[in-house]
Design a protein around this ligand. Structure first.
Ligand SMILES: O=C[C@H](O)COP(=O)(O)O
Length: 250
């Protein structure tokens, strides 16, 4: 049985002060939940967030990292640095990274390997653009992204990762994939994993859905057999909405 995982990706939102205010309240509201809850503040707030979350079941994720452990890469952060700060997860290959920072599947693959070496759990994002959906290229797109990101991993390594299916046209637009469409793609991703790593690995991997998840649509999405949680953007910045999503899927 796969435990649901709800991750709040704050993107470039919230100062350290705002992060602390939010997490103190979130901790009180979620002292006991069957869902795994993760928050992903900006780099600047990770240390403060780790401190305030000590002893709570809420885990911490970073939003990106470089694949090198150290070096002359101005402005970059390594997996070892994130691990030391107390991160459990790192979001990799988000479509905004692919779109605005030219990340490729090869970059994502290097990051996945580096994260695993530092004992961080990668949350690997995949998803098609509107044009790819409209031209019937959704499955081919996610298959290529999965195969690229997970190249060279052992079955044991693959079994521990999290995948987030995020159709690009649904991110921040208010247009959510229907329960059936999201299930269809998540089920396909599980088949791709099974082909590459075997059925046992495919059954273990958690596959989230992301893209305009709200309290009102979370329950229907999470009830699908191949949807094991959500990667939440905008709604994770508002206490009422984020807690609402978590409570609605319990
Ligand atoms: O990482 C989160 C996703 O990009 C979804 O964002 P959204 O919930 O604002 O659509």
């Amino acid at each position: 049985m796969r435990q649901l995982i709800i991750v709040g990706n704050w993107k470039m939102h919230k100062t350290v002060t705002e992060t602390l205010e939010f997490l103190v309240e979130l901790k009180e509201k979620l002292s006991n939940t069957a869902v795994e809850v993760v928050v992903s503040p900006p780099f600047t707030a990770l240390a403060a967030a780790a401190e305030v979350l000590k002893g709570s079941p809420i885990a911490l994720a970073a939003q990106n990292m470089h694949w090198k452990k150290q070096g002359a890469f101005t402005g970059e952060i390594s997996s070892a640095m994130l691990k030391e700060l107390g991160c459990k997860y790192v979001i990799l290959g988000h479509s905004e990274r692919r779109q605005y920072f030219s990340e490729t599947d090869d970059h994502v693959n290097k990051k996945v390997k580096s994260a695993l070496e530092s004992e961080l759990i990668p949350i690997v994002c995949v998803g098609e653009s509107l044009e790819q959906r409209e031209t019937g290229a959704t499955e081919a797109t996610v298959e290529k992204q999965i195969n690229g990101a997970l190249a060279g991993l052992s079955p044991e390594q693959a079994a521990g990762i999290v995948i987030a299916y995020e159709p690009v046209w649904a991110i921040g637009t208010g247009k959510t994939a229907s329960d059936e469409d999201a299930q269809q793609v998540n089920g396909y991703i599980r088949k791709v994993i099974a082909c590459r790593f075997g059925n046992t690995v495919a059954e273990a991997v958690r596959i989230q859905y992301g893209g305009s998840v709200k309290p009102a649509n979370a329950q229907g999405l999470m009830a699908q057999p191949d949807i094991d949680g959500a990667l939440v953007g905008g709604a994770s910045l508002k206490m009422h909405d984020f807690v609402g999503i978590i409570q609605n899927v319990l």
